[in-house]
Design a protein around this ligand. Structure first.
Ligand code: UT7
Length: 307
């Protein structure tokens, strides 16, 4: 059994902050932010929360996959910015969707969170325990950002993305995943505090570890980088994506990006991007996709999916 993605959804709150808006908040400039990150604006949840955004993305994914909420057996939510610690976000989403049969829990692997939740869903499907799984990445990072810290506040945004997986006999899937708690101090946030980051260290880690784990994945599957139709990377920084393309020697066109519009939405970034790719009609049956995530922990990994 392999989980095949049958539906996708995404939601970003209507209010956004442009780089020019941030020029009024910290000592920065549109030029600096664009050149160093590729980001032009980020959406900010004013009325929404991690729960409401997750519900909106999930409803779209279920409708789009023609899956009845009552058919969902497992809901996995990846988030570092829940509205409440208890109950878990997944249970709150379940209530609002009416997915009464589902088992629900949250997981936190920071910006690699969607990838880890996706792998967890695949493991359950592969074991035969569940056949229909909803995986959501949702983040209200604006509440974890220190709006006086120009090193971090320009990077992050709010939003949610969701996919529905159904177990099928045919299809391709494999994964690599890694964690290194020894380097955890590079990117931290206390439960009562704000995000703190050594940007240069995270940057160095990302440009080294992402190509390495993608190569590891390709070797496991005996594939070459040119066999992959699209690399769907966590959207943290345009320069990180460009560095990965160079190290893998793959043209940039095969690395779709949307961080100009959303900034870094942590565990929501991969499913939001995937949903946009689906809406644009660029995903065709049989295409091979590599998802790759990286972030605090440190945690990183890559997964191969057949569309
Ligand atoms: O999901 C994973 C989460 N994190 C990441 O992916 C972040 C990875 N790291 C990065 O994306 C980059 O390191 C940043 C975009 C955060 C920073 O870019 P950088 O090229 O590594 O800049 P830097 O930290 O080396 O700083 C260069 C200069 C410094 O000034 P001095 O010391 O050279 O005078 C900073 O103080 O740029 C300054 N600076 C800024 N200037 C204007 C830092 N932030 C800003 C800012 N506007 N917003």
């Amino acid at each position: 059994m392999v989980g095949r993605i049958c539906g996708t959804g995404a939601y970003a709150p209507p209010v956004f902050a442009s780089n020019e808006d941030l020029e009024n908040v910290v000592d920065t400039s549109d030029t600096w932010i664009r050149e160093r990150t590729g980001i032009a604006r980020r959406h900010i949840a004013v009325e929404d929360t991690a729960v409401t955004m997750a519900v909106k993305a999930a409803r779209q994914a279920l409708a789009n996959g023609k899956i009845d909420p009552e058919a969902v057996e497992l809901i996995l939510v990846s988030t570092i910015s829940p509205e409440r610690v208890l109950p878990c976000t997944a249970c709150e989403v379940q209530k609002q969707l009416g997915a009464v049969q589902a088992v629900c829990f949250d997981l936190n692997a920071a910006c690699a969170g969607f990838l880890y939740a996706y792998n967890t869903a695949q493991a359950y499907i592969r074991s035969g325990m569940y056949k229909t799984v909803l995986v959501i990445g949702t983040e209200q990072l604006s509440k974890l950002v220190d709006w006086t810290d120009r090193n971090t506040c320009i990077l992050f945004g709010d939003g949610a993305g969701a996919v529905v997986l159904t177990g099928e006999e045919n299809g391709r899937y494999n994964m690599t995943a890694h964690s290194d708690g020894r380097k955890g101090e590079a990117l931290t946030c206390r439960t009562d505090g704000k995000i703190k980051m050594d940007g240069r260290e995270v940057f160095r880690f990302a440009v080294k570890s992402v190509p390495e784990c993608i190569r590891e994945l390709l070797e496991r599957e005996q594939l070459l980088a040119e066999d992959i139709d699209y690399f769907v990377l966590h959207q943290a920084n345009r320069r990180i994506v460009e560095a990965v393309t160079k190290r893998l020697n793959v043209p940039l066109e095969r690395f779709p990006m949307n961080l100009e519009e959303y900034g870094n939405t942590s565990s929501a970034s991969i499913p939001i991007l995937l949903h946009e790719m689906k809406q644009k009609g660029i995903l065709k049956p049989g295409m091979k996709l590599v998802f790759a995530g990286f972030g605090a922990g440190l945690s990183w990994g890559a997964s191969l999916t057949e569309w």
